[in-house]
Design a protein around this ligand. Structure first.
Ligand code: FE
Length: 290
């Protein structure tokens, strides 16, 4: 059963504005899965603690069927949100899970996992997102952790034409599926009927963005169309965000506390220094990563 909780209002008196709209870059990853990288490496500093957002969506099996065979990660967390489709996860820490329509998989790579993500469908639509969340330096070499949540296990609330699925953090008094102390991530999937408005309080120093995946929304007078990410300003006087949907839309709202640490990335390894990256590479090559 989905947890349904009585939601309380969030008061937002001075909403943030839109700093920039981002289109993303069409690319492919894994064994040839077509996707759009929305949050790319040049935006990692601006959107600290988030390192990457990939959006995938296709009804052509050729775009997704090969999946992501065994590959390593170290130093951060991956959050996969499946809007539609079936994907099987298996990792070197012994975790296994089937991610299905509306489900979320949260994996903390920590000091290292080798995992695979393989589609369990031969046709139909596969649509979803993968978000990478950084770990603070002190946690980068922690033990790996894994959990998956079926659609019915994700906290949600609704009212007046708005449904909010709370993947991480807290919204309108509803605690999400996952919480993290260092980065305090907020991850909401918002379904907004035509003519509705959703307000969310946000600490001004937290970096935040909205990714629209259906319809369009308006934020502080700026229209954000589908398949665009709106980076929200961090005005010190702003206390949150207000998202309006004149004609209806669906969007992810993501926010978190910046770590302010150096970011050294080489592919699937994200550490603080180059030296730690060399260490990750040699650990992987010599079979010590996982
Ligand atoms: Fe992966």
């Amino acid at each position: 059963m989905a947890k349904k909780t009585q939601a309380r209002e969030e008061v937002v008196l001075a909403p943030r504005t839109v700093e920039q709209l981002v289109t993303g870059i069409a690319t492919s990853d894994g064994a040839g899965v077509k996707l759009t990288r929305v949050l790319t490496q040049p935006l990692q500093r601006r959107l600290d603690p988030f390192l990457m957002l990939d959006a995938f969506g296709s009804d052509d099996p050729g775009d997704y069927i090969a999946g992501f065979p065994d590959h390593p990660h170290r130093g951060f967390e991956t959050v996969t949100y499946m809007i539609a489709g079936r994907m099987k996860h298996r990792d070197s820490a012994g975790h296994e899970g089937l991610l299905e329509d509306g489900g979320v998989q949260w994996m903390t790579a920590g000091r290292g996992v080798i995992h695979s993500e393989i589609p369990q469908q031969e046709n139909g639509v596969m649509e979803g997102f993968q978000l990478w969340l950084n770990l603070p330096g002190r946690d980068k070499m922690r033990d790996p952790w894994y959990r998956d949540f079926g659609v019915g296990e994700l906290p949600r609330f609704s009212g007046e034409g708005v449904t909010a699925i709370v993947i991480a953090g807290e919204s309108h008094g509803v605690a999400g599926a996952v919480s993290r102390d260092a980065t305090a991530p907020l991850y909401l999937d918002l379904h907004l009927a035509a003519g509705t408005r959703f307000a969310q309080a946000l600490p001004p120093e937290h970096n935040a963005f909205v990714y629209v995946y259906r319809g369009e929304v308006t934020i502080a007078g700026r229209v954000v169309p589908a398949r665009r990410m709106a980076i929200l300003t961090n005005d010190s006087g702003a206390d949150g965000v207000a998202i309006e949907a004149k004609a209806g839309g669906r969007a992810l709202l993501v926010a978190g506390r910046p770590l302010g640490e150096p970011i050294a990335q080489y592919g699937p390894f994200v550490m603080n220094t180059e030296q730690e990256i060399y260490r990750a590479l040699s650990d992987y090559r010599e079979g010590r990563l996982a």
